[in-house]
Write a protein that binds this ligand. Structure first.
Ligand code: CMC
Length: 427
């Protein structure tokens, strides 16, 4: 392909450079468009717009490929530990044992939060959605750690990174434990990252904690599968908030809010609620399939479809197998798993879904695992946030290191033209 693109605006022809990525994807560089032509492009939902060049995650939606820093999601989910994946995403390469140990040590050294944060947590109503609480507390962490707000040097960035990786799991565990009425506690310094998260969440005050390796391995896998997904809604939010030089914690807090929505991370909660609603309604999947296809009904089949994957979501494949394994190992028979399987079978054979290339996404099966682990529905998206944290950090760091300009799109104004001001008594 020619590496130039030509555009006619009015009677004038303009030439733009094309940029090629390492996997041969091509973009027309229109950064000089407005300067040259005085026109802009418009692209609602940014369906055709690349916002940055990134070396972190590659995905091919047509082929169902997802790679972090070149490594396939299948290999990482099977062979790696979540902290290794976090290191890989943030720093670019898999760590050797020494680097991994140092990383874990630095995180553990910061695994404490100011006790006053408990007061803020306790001031939320118990019924508050955990994502709102998580976003607020992440933002509140800035006040307790002012050194993380203005980050310029490598060292300042590293300190902020290990701090947030250390503190967010404590907040997640506290949000979960408060919802369950359990005492708020800290982690166990002797444990690995995921083992510690699991203990912080599930430890009972009246019972010796015994680690369940099936649960740890399932959480490890889920966190890895959610760890990054290039320029999705929450990640773009993190990058754009960070582009104003707001600090890492403030940017992550904004990312948590973006993830909350049911079209993004909130889908995992919505999937289980939908499957439970189908079960309570008598289990007629066909009725709900018809609702999803009815354009006068706002109901959508939650956990189906993806902005980028138009063939299959490779994460969904891995998670489906993991869900089967976890339920088997924990000896759980869940009728909603059968409903999920029926829905999937019907949708994959239905022309409405086939024509629109709507396949199960990562969230179709993740909620079933969380449910099997007795994590409340409202905590599902919080678990997603915990997994996405390394991705947000990596993308924020890349954006700052590349010295990207502040994110500030333009618009086409379609409002009123100039109007004379009318005094109150004349309106
Ligand atoms: N159920 C029924 N119809 C659907 C669905 C669905 N889940 N998803 C898309 N469609 C239809 C949509 O109505 C439209 O039909 P038509 O062309 O006749 O107007 C067509 O498919 C294209 O949909 P779209 O909304 O233009 O596609 P999009 O790329 O803007 O949206 C999506 C992608 C994920 C928001 C959407 O598929 C959806 O709402 N899915 C359900 C929510 C969900 O599972 N979200 C989790 C995404 S994966 C986790 C993450 O990374 O956030």
């Amino acid at each position: 392909m020619n590496n130039k693109a030509n555009l006619n605006v009015g009677n004038q022809n303009y030439e733009f450079e094309c940029i090629k990525g390492s996997e041969d994807e091509v973009a027309i560089d229109i950064s000089s468009l407005r300067g040259k032509t005085n026109v802009i492009t418009i692209d609602p939902g940014f369906k055709n717009t690349g916002s940055c060049k990134s070396a972190i995650t590659f995905l091919d939606g047509e082929k169902g490929i997802l790679r972090y820093r070149g490594y396939s999601i299948e290999d990482l989910a099977e062979k790696a530990d979540f902290l290794e994946v976090a290191y890989l995403l943030i720093f670019g390469n898999l760590p050797n044992q020494e680097k991994l140990d140092q990383f874990l040590f630095d995180i553990k050294e910061n695994s404490i939060v100011d006790e006053d944060l408990k007061k803020i947590l306790e001031s939320f109503p118990k019924s508050a959605h955990p994502m709102g609480v998580l976003s607020s507390l992440t933002s509140a962490l800035v006040s307790f750690n002012p050194s993380v707000s203005d980050l310029e040097s490598k060292e300042e960035m590293y300190n902020a990174i290990v701090k947030i990786l250390a503190k967010l799991p404590i907040i997640v565990a506290w949000v979960y434990r408060r919802a369950k009425g359990l005492p708020l506690d800290y982690g166990d310094y002797s444990l690995g990252y995921v083992e510690n998260i699991t203990k912080m969440m599930f430890k009972r005050p009246n019972k010796e904690y015994i680690q369940n390796d099936t649960i740890v391995s399932a959480i490890n896998k889920l966190l890895i599968l959610h760890a990054d997904h290039e320029q999705n809604c929450s990640t773009s939010t993190v990058r754009i908030v960070g582009s104003s030089h707001a600090g890492l914690f403030a940017s992550v807090s904004a990312g948590i809010s973006a993830l909350w929505g049911r079209l993004h991370g909130g889908a995992n909660q919505a999937v289980i609620e939908m499957l439970e609603a189908i079960e309570n309604d008598g289990g007629d999947t066909k009725k709900f399939m018809a609702k999803a296809k009815d354009k006068s009904d706002s109901f959508r089949l939650m956990g189906f479809g993806h902005r980028v994957y138009k063939n299959f979501d490779p994460r969904a494949k891995i998670i489906k197998v993991a869900a089967d394994e976890v339920l088997k190992e924990l000896g759980i028979t869940d009728p909603i798993l059968e409903i999920a399987k029926d829905l999937e079978k019907e949708a994959l054979a239905d022309p409405y879904f086939v024509d629109r290339k709507l396949y199960p996404n990562v969230d179709f099966y993740s909620g079933i695992i969380y449910k099997a682990l007795e994590i409340p529905n409202e905590m599902f998206t919080v678990m997603f946030a915990l997994g996405r944290l390394p991705g947000w950090i990596a993308q924020w760091k890349e954006m700052r290191e590349n010295k990207e300009p502040i994110g500030r799109p333009r618009q086409i104004y379609i409002g009123e033209k100039y109007r004379d001001f009318l005094d109150l008594d004349l309106r």
